[in-house]
Design a protein around this ligand. Structure first.
Ligand code: IFM
Length: 442
């Protein structure tokens, strides 16, 4: 038995995360499917298509997670499958997700269920998407349906994934559907998504009264925030500092403060500020969902204001691999006093050459965050499988399991990272030999 470098708290959640559109395949009724058909939208002309065929293969995928010592799994329910037209509920889709939750239960994987992970039913998009305030009502209806249907199987609900990323990519940068470049719309959408989280939390607490996992809580609610580290590219240049500060305020701080203060306050230079009091936001989270990937160096007056640090190690998508930032993000996430669940963390690395070391180093930093007083309750790696990485198509390979997208059966191949994470999860600790094998200098 190898010496242990770091033990994790008892009951720690270990697992991986996915989202429906990225892995299921065949999601034809949402805004992303339509977007993918437009030339030039997705890198290399990729389309989600059959994705990983996880819609059929979920049980064997969960078997991989189970044998790797995972005890939790994050996934999303695809709204457009369950409600392909306004008010029309697809019974087959509803029962499919019952089967999925039953499979998770059989494999002793705690479901952490996301209700909105970037995709919208096409009919929602046609009605103005998240710019239209009615979407908040429609989403609440969908959440009510999920709470009633699945409340007996699910306690851990993640209402919305990365509201800030969706708002900026889709409405400010124009890179995701509906491909707008309008900062006013981006702020409104971000506020609507945060408000939708508060409403969803209220609905879940009202409708889901069944304690599915027997821990004394019928619901455990949070949302997932991408907490990117933003630093001035030239720390001596006041305008870079100013821009980094502003972006951190609107992208990180404002989103994290909202569920604590009950106020959504968003502003960026040149756009209409949004200030909304949403009392239901206060106390809406039982935990904080942290997604951490990278840090960006921020530059004023540059065609690309966000760059990876020169000379730093990078992932296949050009994102800096910076494990100390994980600790910083965890410490920031813990400041509000909520337990922190890592809902995503990972690296695009098709060859799995850099991931093992980055992964283990990051987990050592997670341990340091715990030492600094952060109540970290679990770690869900992004992702279980290589999958459809939105506008980057299939070039961002985040999987613990490689997927051969050229093969009709989409065979999976286990990576070294999957093995290392499995050994950590089984031990609920970071053994010295695992760290050494991963190439972490001790
Ligand atoms: O793939 C995405 C996921 O859908 C949301 N968080 C970031 C991941 C990597 O870009």
């Amino acid at each position: 038995m190898s010496e242990v470098l770091r033990r994790l708290p008892e009951g720690f959640l270990w697992g991986a995360a996915t989202s429906a559109h990225q892995v299921e395949g065949g999601n034809r009724a949402n805004d992303w499917w339509r977007f993918e058909q437009q030339p030039g939208r997705i890198h290399g002309g990729d389309v989600s298509g059959d994705a990983c065929r996880h819609y059929e293969r979920y049980d064997s995928d969960f078997a991989l997670a189970e044998s790797d010592g995972h005890n939790a799994h994050r996934l999303s329910i695809e709204w457009s499958r369950v409600e392909p037209a306004h008010g029309r509920i697809d019974d087959d889709a509803v029962s499919h997700y019952h089967d999925v939750f039953a499979a998770l239960r059989r494999r002793r994987l705690l479901p952490v269920v996301t209700l909105h992970h970037f995709t919208n039913p096409a009919w929602i998009a046609d009605q103005g998407g998240w710019e239209n305030r009615e979407t908040l009502d429609r989403f609440s209806d969908f959440v009510r349906l999920c709470a009633r249907e699945y409340g007996g199987e699910v306690d851990w609900w993640c209402t919305i994934n990365e509201p800030e990323v969706l708002a900026f990519r889709a409405y400010s940068e124009g890179l995701w559907p509906p491909a707008k470049r309008d900062d006013n719309a981006a702020l409104e959408v971000m506020a609507n998504l945060i408000e939708a989280h508060a409403r969803a939390a209220a609905v879940l607490r009202e409708e889901d009264r069944v304690d599915a996992d027997g821990d004394g809580h019928a619901t455990r609610i949070g949302f997932a925030k991408n907490l990117v580290q933003l630093e001035p590219s030239r720390p001596w240049f006041p305008l870079d500092r100013l821009r980094a500060h502003f972006e951190n305020e609107k992208f990180n701080e404002a989103v994290m403060d909202a569920p604590l203060t009950g106020t959504i306050a968003l502003s960026i230079p040149g756009a209409r500020a949004v200030r909304r009091s949403v009392p239901a936001l206060r106390g809406s989270c039982d935990w904080f969902g942290l997604n951490y990937y990278t840090r960006w160096k921020v530059k004023m007056f540059a065609p690309d204001p966000h760059v990876a640090r020169a000379g730093g190690e990078r992932s296949d998508l050009g994102w800096e691999i910076w494990p100390p930032g994980f600790e910083q993000s965890l410490v920031r996430a813990g400041r509000g006093g909520l337990p922190v669940l890592v809902t995503e963390h990972g690296f695009a690395d098709a060859t799995d050459r850099t991931r093992p070391r980055a992964l283990v180093k990051s987990l050592l930093h997670l341990g340091c965050a715990i030492d600094r007083g952060v109540n970290v309750i679990g770690y869900l790696h992004w992702s279980l499988l290589d999958n459809f990485e939105w506008a980057d198509g299939y070039r961002g390979r985040f999987g613990l399991y490689r997927v051969d997208f050229g093969h009709p059966d989409r065979p999976r191949t286990r990576t070294r990272s999957a093995d290392l994470l499995a050994r950590i999860a089984h031990a609920n600790a970071i053994p010295r030999d695992v760290a050494a094998e991963a190439g972490v200098a001790l």
